[in-house]
Ligand binder design. Sequence first.
Ligand code: FAD
Ligand code: NAD
Length: 465
Amino acid sequence: MTDLRCKLLVIGAGPGGYVCAIRAGQLGVDTIIVERASLGGTCLNIGCIPSKALIHAADEFSKVAAAASASAHLGISAPGASIDLKATIDWKDAIVHRLTTGVGALLKKAGVRVVKGNAEFLDGKTVELEFEGNRQRIVAETIVIATGAEPVELPFLPFGGPVMSSTTALSRQTVPQQLVVVGGGYIGLEIGTVFRKLGASVTIVEAASRILPQYDAELTKPLLQRLKTLGIDVKAECRAQGLQSDGKGLVITLKDGDEQVLPADAVLVTVGRRPVTQGFGLEGLKLTMSGPFVEIDAMCRTSMRGVFAIGDVTGEPMLAHRAMAQGEMVAEIVAGKKRIWDKVAIPAICFTDPELVTVGQSPDEAKNAGIETKIGTFPFRGNGRAMTLERDDGFVRIVARADNHLVLGIQALGQGVAELASAFGLALEMGARLEDIAATIHAHPSLGEAVQEAALSGLGHAIHF
Ligand code: FAD
Ligand code: NAD
């Protein structure tokens, strides 16, 4: 048994943990990070990056396939399109490798010690782990729990065989013929669309009354319409029951209680993610929990002195950039700086087709908070750039206070709007008013002009619509 000592021990090297460790190292804090799988966590290895790589590949393939068809209206033609999914997965894996190797290099540059293994808590200052046959104990002044989350498994549809989690789906080397996706949230819609664009027949089964139930119908209705155009069948208010006895179909219960069998050679279950809080002695610390998550305060402190928690293990929204922002803040607190969670908003992007961005309050959320609002909306069909990109569906919507025009929220639906999310976040963090956005020159031709026009619309005088 060997003992290691440090000021800061971070458990888990996902976006929360590795950012925390790098920032702590930069600030001269003696830091160790422990990871049992691969540096980069869910996000880099089996989440954000692999899914966005495959979304891109599927988009490229569907464009080539469209050019190969008789309806190639841009004057472009291409011989018969085909895809070698194994080669696509190799390309995706190469991107993952580049990024995870980069994280290792950044940790090294910051002077952080990386230890491989499964950390198990002995107490609030000590963990034990086994690595290459050696048991090691690490004693730290401060510990950060950044153990992330994992896919929820349905008891009647256990992962394995034709039933895939997002992890299996993102490494699959063949396109299924008939895919049924259970859960029409972020992951189900993103990966379901990938396989549809690669040629699978896709049905999405969603328990709630509509896809992405956390967003309002004005945003999700056009998305549903586009899914239909792509040939994806969405069955809302339906529930999966289990595989048919021959394993070749999924039994579902319809809204009226009737049963239906959906033919399927693959089933993707994406009904949410649950925090990783079990199996490594965390229970022994008896931390205060918030439902299944570790409860934290505005400094990411848990109920035990010297123990912090960040990222997915602490609750919604389970997003990489929230984990990173928490990680950076905690590192600075440990280094003695005065920091507190004071963010106005956490942007969220659903990389569907079209993309959906939400930052801050929706019209309903502002109304429910008792705020009188002005809503400005601008459709991309009034935007020249959207037309030249052949995607003039969707819109930008700005929610502002009626009294002083302070922007409370910005939402957008449209192809390419993911890249507008940073501008939306900046506007909210800087306390922009409708007049600030309206008075900013937005370059022409760009999708961003729709943001300026939405602000003008909120002020009652959009120019191009
Ligand atoms: P994780 O990234 O889950 O990292 C936790 C790490 O801790 C893991 O590497 C794990 O191995 C390690 N660990 C756990 N227990 C121990 C232990 N006892 N000892 C040692 N190591 C341990 N978010 C976005 O913002 N944008 C997206 O586009 C996006 N796309 C996604 C797509 C998919 C398919 C999935 C599954 C998720 C996606 N997410 C996305 C969510 C994002 O991946 C998570 O929010 C993010 O990874 C959370 O970071 P984290 O550091 O909290 O945890
Ligand atoms: P989710 O919460 O987004 O969606 C799950 C969906 O499954 C919900 O719509 C829910 O109503 C439905 N559902 C639940 N039980 C069901 C059942 N038995 N039958 C049918 N439908 C059922 O969860 P997810 O898609 O698994 O994603 C998990 C998390 O990962 C997200 O909350 C998000 O934080 C993160 N993520 C983010 C991105 C992104 O930022 N682009 C992408 C992927 C994942």
